[in-house]
Design a protein around this ligand. Structure first.
Ligand code: NAD
Length: 419
């Protein structure tokens, strides 16, 4: 009979509670959530009630939570700036770990994480969900099958989406590097992880350019005000909180637990709560007058040790809606977007592969990647399968991101990744 693992979650918000907690709670034969820690009492008690965690096992204080080991596995889904601290404490306590990305934007912390894991021998899965998403698995199969010959280069576009940029990287939690990793790491560590995974070698050198061009006070339209609620442009500005949250919520008839609306209001989302959050909270601020400093577009060039090259473009100024990836091989090319993969083997008819029908768990985000990753966590902790998103592999892509940001700040200078 398979084992049921006990789970403690620290950071029971959008990812820790509403995604991983829910996925685990719906698999009681595999996981039992026994302890929770969240500094926000309402979030803690909301998750505690939903997952039936007794009141005495709920902590608002992370020190009390980490005073001893509480379960077999810990899920770390706190904000970016706590990942290293919480991961190091969890390793010392002997937990197996599911840790949210990004781990860190510092090389010394990458080294500390690896050294501590070596000392305590923990199994660690970093949440690079795209490795588990149907379309990305299919593209990896195409590359590995040799259908397009030898992989030569990759062209990778992350269209962040104007509304998503405004929500997360201008008004939201990832807007400023004092509280969050630089955007190329915070938003694109999945992309960098996949690029490195497909390249199948360490990255040799990297260069990057990019800037915060638009979401700053000098670009504010004439007549606009500090908050959308009293702005005369609130019905016309595409970045208006009313248009993004109220119109967006109503037009698509979203369910009451839908992201990003639930970030503003908790659950259930209602129009009344959204209006109140826009009037009073951070998500009602004018996008040209926030305390944001992360970029709105950035390009990264990479050379891998096996000669494969790649470019990554992260850009706010589009509708969003999914990455666009082309892989170029000596005998063919494959293009992937959010709908399908277009495979052109040279000299043969074009093949269109519908990745949606191939995946399971498509009721969960990231093309089913979230749910498949929670399955992979089980395989890892039970020792059933070796893991692809282990700490060392994740650190490899973090190093690319850290060096890319250093290069951007140095005006695009080419830097060696492992010096
Ligand atoms: N893998 C992915 O695809 C993916 C997607 C989105 C976000 N993330 C990452 O997941 C992490 C969490 O993001 P989120 O969207 O769930 O944010 P969130 O704000 O919804 O959740 C974070 C929770 O941590 C709690 N918290 C903050 N400081 C704490 C502390 N010191 N101790 C205990 N609890 C604390 C907050 O109260 C909050 O409930 C971030 O690092 C983010 O970058 C990953």
């Amino acid at each position: 009979m398979s084992k049921t693992f006990t789970v403690a979650i620290i950071g029971a918000g959008a990812r820790g509670g509403k995604v991983y907690g829910r996925l685990m709670h719906r698999s009681p034969e595999r996981y039992r959530i026994t302890h929770l820690c969240d500094s926000d009492r309402d979030v803690l008690d909301g998750a505690g009630t939903e997952f039936e965690v007794p009141a005495e096992n709920r902590y608002t204080d992370s020190q009390a939570f980490f005073a001893e080991r509480r379960a077999d596995v810990v899920v770390i889904a706190t904000p970016d700036k706590y990942h290293v601290e919480h991961c190091l404490k969890a390793m010392e306590l002997g937990y197996d770990i599911l840790c949210e990305k990004p781990l860190t934007d510092r090389i010394d912390e990458c080294e500390a994480l690896l050294a501590t894991q070596k000392k305590y021998g923990n199994k660690i899965l970093v949440c690079h969900v795209l490795r588990y998403a149907a379309a990305y698995l299919e593209l990896k199969n195409i590359i590995d099958s040799g259908k397009i010959g030898k992989l030569v280069s990759m062209d990778w576009i992350e269209p962040v989406g104007y509304w998503h940029q405004a929500h997360s990287f201008v008004r939201g939690n990832w807007r400023n590097t004092k509280d969050s990793a630089p955007m190329i790491i915070a938003k694109c560590c999945h992309d960098l992880d996949m690029i490195q995974h497909y390249a199948g070698a360490r990255c040799k050198s990297v260069s990057s350019v990019g800037d915060l061009t638009f979401f700053k006070s000098e670009c504010a339209p004439e007549g606009s005000t500090k908050r959308c609620c009293d702005c005369p442009l609130k019905d016309s500005c595409p970045y208006s909180a009313y248009r993004i949250y109220i119109e967006g919520w109503k037009a698509k008839n979203r369910p009451e637990n839908y992201w990003p609306y639930n970030v503003l209001t908790g659950e259930p989302v209602t129009e009344e709560k959204l209006l109140k959050a826009i009037e009073k909270g951070p998500y009602g601020r004018c996008v040209f007058r926030c305390d944001n400093n992360v970029v709105d577009h950035q390009t990264v060039q990479m050379l891998f040790e096996n000669g494969i090259t790649a470019t990554l473009q992260m850009n706010a100024f589009n509708l969003g809606g999914g990455r666009k990836v082309t892989v170029f091989g000596t005998y063919g090319e494959a293009y992937m977007d959010s709908k399908n993969i277009v495979l052109n083997v040279f000299g043969q008819p074009t093949e269109i592969i519908d990745t949606k029908v191939k995946g399971k768990h498509l009721d969960y985000a990231h093309g089913g990647g979230d749910a498949r990753m929670i399955d992979a966590l089980y395989d890892m902790v039970s020792g059933e399968k070796p893991l692809e998103t282990a700490l060392a592999q994740s650190i490899e892509s973090h190093l690319i991101g850290i060096k890319a940001e250093q290069s951007r700040l140095a005006g695009g200078k080419t830097l060696s990744v492992h010096e």
